[in-house]
Design a protein around this ligand. Structure first.
Ligand code: GLN
Length: 201
């Protein structure tokens, strides 16, 4: 089974580790450079992107993560993790950096006050067996996608409908929402399949 790291600087690390193990991967929290180098793929959890950015720089992980992602290490970012994978960010704080790799423009805290947190059922391309229950918590959305980025899901019933909230580009997967907290592990299963595909190439 692939060894999948969960970046453990801040955020809901344990929920992702559980979801990964539920779909047959080996999950390990990652916060040292040697640990980043050892994994076959990496989950960037939700939390607070400004904090994850600061801690990644303080723990001297920023450049290494940037490099590994650019070199093709499969990565899945959820919510704040989507922000960390974005090449371009709107409404970040002064000086906020991302690891990049995904050719998208992401708007942080995009859904605004009224709908800061909500859930809805979303059809996700590549996820079989009906819609995914998606929890949005002060979530970003994807505002522009570059060539090579596929939109896998858009919001439906939220006040802000038709927003891109799940994307894939080659070895990178990202969602605005948190599939790890609703007990539906099919997005993690998709990511583990991506890791297995990457290992075969
Ligand atoms: N609003 C948070 C941020 O900007 C993301 C929230 C989340 O990960 N649930 O990083």
């Amino acid at each position: 089974a692939p060894l999948v790291g969960v970046l453990a600087l801040q955020g809901d690390v344990r929920e992702h580790a559980r979801a990964l193990e539920a779909v047959g991967a080996r999950a390990v929290p990652v916060r040292r450079p040697s640990e980043v180098r050892a994994v076959d793929g990496l989950v960037l959890p939700g939390g607070e992107s400004t904090t994850i950015d600061k801690l990644a720089r303080r723990f001297e992980l920023h450049d290494l993560l940037r490099e590994r992602i650019a070199e093709g290490m499969p990565a899945y970012g959820s919510c704040a993790g989507l922000i960390m994978l974005a090449d371009r960010l709107v409404d970040g704080i002064e000086g906020q950096q991302t690891f990049g790799g995904l050719d998208v423009l992401v708007r942080r805290n995009a859904f605004g006050r009224q709908v800061e947190s909500f859930e809805e059922d979303l059809d996700v391309v590549g996820v079989e067996g009906g819609p995914v229950r998606a929890a949005f918590i002060r979530a970003p959305w994807v505002e522009e996608v570059g060539p090579g980025v596929e939109v896998l899901a858009r919001t439906r019933t939220a006040a802000a409908a038709d927003r891109a909230v799940a994307v894939r580009s080659g070895h990178l997967l990202a969602t605005s929402f948190h599939p790890e907290i609703t007990g539906d592990h099919r997005v993690h299963a998709l990511f583990v399949r991506m890791i297995e595909e990457a290992a075969r190439q």
